[in-house]
Design a protein around this ligand. Structure first.
Ligand code: TRP
Ligand code: SF4
Length: 331
């Protein structure tokens, strides 16, 4: 099949993926691998920008991320999976971009300002963290990606990538770098178990690595509409996280659940049981494939070695062009 262009995206290996990550990104990647030439990579350099102090879990986190990807359906026959730090061209291009990247662009970046004020407990007032968007631009441009599927929070980084490409092309009077487009999908938003944003730091996640039993327990302990004390009390699904989950997992019976809740004809326990069943139906196959891949870490290593090889060919080709137009190819 004719592919619709090149796609590149990455995730930082920061621990087990949760359902929020799955619906926000991974599910979409699995679909995209059929339509585009896709490169998906583990952004381990990026993980260092905020987590440089303790790298003890680093390798386990990378393995766990790859296991999640493969279990969710990324297929190394259809897409290229690789490790950022294996391709040294990322580091080289990052250095070269840093020579002409105005500091004001980096200080102005909204994600930089947000993170600096949010992560007061971590010392991230570093050169590396300030350069996060520069590194991300490198990832994208070294493969000359046409499209970058990301969440809305990453849009400023894509915009800066386009500016970095434009600036480079202008300075060296070249057309080496095309300007990539973000690929925003209507991501399905799944709140955390407590109704806030699903996030590891809130301890309100369902991980892809949670066993079906654990998932069930988590669902059964969710807080529902506080106005309902008796089963027959009329409920307000709009304030209930269980209902928000049903919207994603129980599409075919969603109207029925809403009406039964409002009329006080279904109890919260029964309602949650139904949800737990539907979630299990979707998650159990992923969980089982996860267990299989966990036994095959040598094969996963081979998959990455192979992906690295494919990625490297492209990155090396781009760097040859870059050195040539910058005249740093004396030898
Ligand atoms: N910054 C991205 C995130 O936190 C991860 C990432 C790093 C990325 N490099 C990238 C995403 C290149 C897309 C393209 O989600
Ligand atoms: Fe929430 Fe279901 Fe209880 Fe209604 S019946 S409040 S949707 S758990």
């Amino acid at each position: 099949m004719e592919k619709k262009g090149t796609i590149l995206s990455g995730m930082r290996p920061t621990g087990a993926l949760h359902l929020g990550n799955y619906f926000g990104a991974l599910e979409n990647w699995v679909r995209l691998q059929n339509e585009y030439e896709c490169f998906f990579f583990v952004a381990d350099y990026h993980a260092l920008t905020t987590g440089y102090e303790n790298t003890d879990d680093f390798k386990d986190n990378i393995t766990s991320l790859l296991v999640d990807w493969l279990a969710a359906g990324l297929d190394p026959e259809k897409c290229t999976l690789f490790l950022q730090s294996s391709i040294k061209e990322h580091a080289e291009l990052h250095l070269l971009f840093s020579m002409n990247l105005p500091l004001s662009w980096l200080y102005r970046c909204p994600t930089y300002k947000d993170q600096i004020s949010q992560m007061k407990d971590k010392n991230i007032t570093t050169y590396g963290f300030l350069g996060y968007p520069c590194l991300m631009a490198t990832d994208i441009l070294v493969y000359k990606a046409d499209f970058v599927p990301v969440g809305e929070d990453q849009l400023p980084h894509i915009e800066m990538t386009r500016e970095i490409a434009r600036r480079f092309n202008f300075l060296y009077n070249t057309e080496v770098f095309p300007e990539p487009q973000p690929l925003l999908t209507k991501a399905k938003v799944l709140p955390g178990l407590d109704g806030r944003k699903m996030s590891k730091s809130y301890n309100n996640t369902i991980a892809l690595s949670d066993s079906p039993d654990v998932v069930k327990k988590k669902i059964m302990s969710m807080v529902t509409d506080p106005a309902r004390i008796h089963k027959t009390d009329p409920g307000h699904p709009e304030v209930c996280s269980v209902f928000a989950y049903h919207k994603l997992f129980s599409e075919s019976i969603i109207n029925e659940i809403e009406q039964d809740c409002r009329k006080g004809e279904i109890g919260c326990v029964a309602c949650k049981k139904k949800l737990a069943e539907n979630i299990a139906q979707m998650m159990t196959p992923i969980y089982e494939r996860r267990l299989e891949w966990l036994k095959r870490t040598d094969d996963i290593r081979d998959i990455i070695l192979e992906g690295n090889k494919r990625a490297r060919v492209i990155a090396e080709r781009t760097m040859d062009e870059v050195r040539k137009v910058m005249k740093i190819d004396w030898i």
